[in-house]
Design a binder for this molecule. Structure first.
Ligand SMILES: *[C@@H]1O[C@H](CO)[C@@H](O)[C@H](O)[C@H]1NC(C)=O
Length: 457
């Protein structure tokens, strides 16, 4: 009924309602790791996610019954992970059924379990007997689910990008020899037969260098051109995803869906981890990821693909070992205060049940009046095209420069770039650096609007 009356509304209003409806039914997910001695009880976590955030799916690294119980009847989807050590045993059909009966069936369907991951990053970390039994264990768990009459839990496992021999350029990527036909082809065959996604953990974080900083965190760059596919990559995440896709295609499994099991960025690190680890980088990366997810734009080789995505992670976890950065991947502190906001907090709700976090004061908005972002006179068409590709890959509205849109004419790269560069500047918070575009943008005090083409201000 809602859908019918929607179309009696004016088209823009209908579009807004439709978008908010879509947003309401699908959101980015988050990994809820529990390696902390100061984390809130699962019931509070469930209540917090449901009431204060738009996050509608979590992934956990075990089958913790307290968490499964806490998320019952919340509507939040829960992806669970079977401990690695269970893999050899699970190849036995009887054991797989008993395992399900003990660990899943007591909670399902009150708790909306959507995925069972059979182990985590087995191919990368081994040992060999787990790798050898991985696909058989996945098949066995899938069979056990069917025999129990459960049809809507998907079986998968997550892979680090250590499965790739190379990822750059994406067109030349391929899986590591030995794993390609040995494990990954049978695994992809399982995913094809069961219509389940191949799950990967891409971390541009690990590919970061001060030179490619902007490219890694979804900031504007000229992009990276793949001469074999003639596609320009605006960010490293897309490049890693297409590297996975090309590798799958080389084994003839390009039809299998891909999901993102983990990806994220640490907000704080040791001095030797600088300048990688910062709140600004973490907010830019995870914020860019959320915008990308909402836009449903996909990658250069997989346009309009929206990958089921789980950010790592929900909380800073103080018991994680390794350098300081490992304990600072969280979107939230254990007291639920946000480390930074990436647009997953519900409007009008105080994010923090405890004391509010003082926000650093931003520079005062331009007192001189309104500003617009336009191309510099000496910016080249190649630079401007890269800006268009970048902005339009970020989920911002590029409809106006499409044929039929109010800003299609004049149909030049410069005019189109001007419109979308300004859209980007205005929507990113109007900081001067939002108009830098690697030195190809400049601010102006003159409204560039032109006839029906109205620039945002
Ligand atoms: C990243 O972008 C900013 C703003 O556009 C620019 O000032 C900086 O030089 C860029 N960094 C690198 C390493 O290219």
């Amino acid at each position: 009924m809602a859908a019918v009356s929607l179309f009696r509304l004016s088209p823009p209003l209908a579009a807004v309602l439709l978008l908010s409806f879509l947003a309401a039914v699908q959101s980015i997910g988050v990994n809820y790791g529990t390696l902390g001695d100061n984390l809130p009880p699962p019931a509070q976590v469930a209540q917090f996610l449901k009431e204060k955030t738009t996050i509608d799916r979590i992934k956990i690294f075990d089958v913790n019954p307290d968490i499964l119980r806490a998320f019952a009847n919340t509507g939040i989807l829960v992806a669970v992970t079977i401990p690695n050590g269970e893999i050899p045993g699970l190849t036995d059909a009887g054991y797989a059924r008993r395992w399900l009966a003990a660990n899943i069936q007591p909670f399902y369907p009150a708790t909306k379990i959507n995925y069972i991951l059979v182990g985590n990053e087995i191919l990368h970390w081994g040992p060999q007997n787990l790798r050898d039994n991985l696909v058989a264990a996945m098949r066995s768990v899938h069979q056990a689910l069917l025999l129990s009459g459960i049809k809507d839990i998907k079986v998968t496992t997550a892979h680090s990008l250590g499965i790739l021999e190379s990822s750059e350029p994406p067109s030349l990527a391929k899986f590591r020899p030995g794993w390609d036909t040995g494990v990954l082809a049978p695994l992809l065959q399982f995913h094809r037969e069961t219509k389940t996604p191949f799950m990967v953990n891409p971390y541009p974080y690990f590919g970061y260098s001060p030179e490619n900083a902007n490219f890694s965190v979804f900031h504007p760059t000229k992009g990276v051109f793949d001469k074999f596919t003639r596609r320009t990559y605006g960010n490293m995440f897309d490049m890693l995803m297409d590297a996975v896709y090309v590798s799958m295609m080389k084994l003839r499994y390009g039809d299998v869906e891909i999901a993102v099991g983990e990806t994220g960025w640490s907000a704080l690190g040791e001095s030797f981890e600088q300048p990688r680890c910062s709140v600004a980088n973490a907010a830019a990366y995870n914020g860019g990821l959320v915008r990308k997810y909402k836009s449903g734009r996909g990658t250069p080789l997989m346009p309009r693909k929206r990958f089921d995505t789980y950010i790592f992670g929900l909380f800073n976890e103080n018991l994680k070992t390794g350098p300081l950065s490992e304990r600072n991947f969280g979107l939230f502190r254990p007291d639920f205060t946000p480390v930074y906001d990436i647009g997953v907090l519900r409007q009008g709700t105080a994010a923090a049940p405890q004391q509010p976090v003082p926000r650093p004061a931003l520079p005062a908005p331009a007192q001189e009046g309104k500003k617009w972002c336009v191309p510099k006179p000496d910016a080249t068409d190649a630079e401007l095209q890269a800006n268009i590709d970048y902005v339009c890959s970020q989920g911002l509205n590029c409809q106006p420069i499409q044929p039929g849109g109010p800003c299609f004419d004049p149909n030049t790269v410069r005019a189109h770039a001007s419109f979308v560069m300004n859209t980007y500047y205005q929507s990113e918070g109007r900081h001067d650096f939002n108009c830098d575009f690697s030195g190809s943008g400049v601010l102006t005090f003159t409204d560039p609007s032109n006839g029906p083409c109205k620039y945002v201000s």
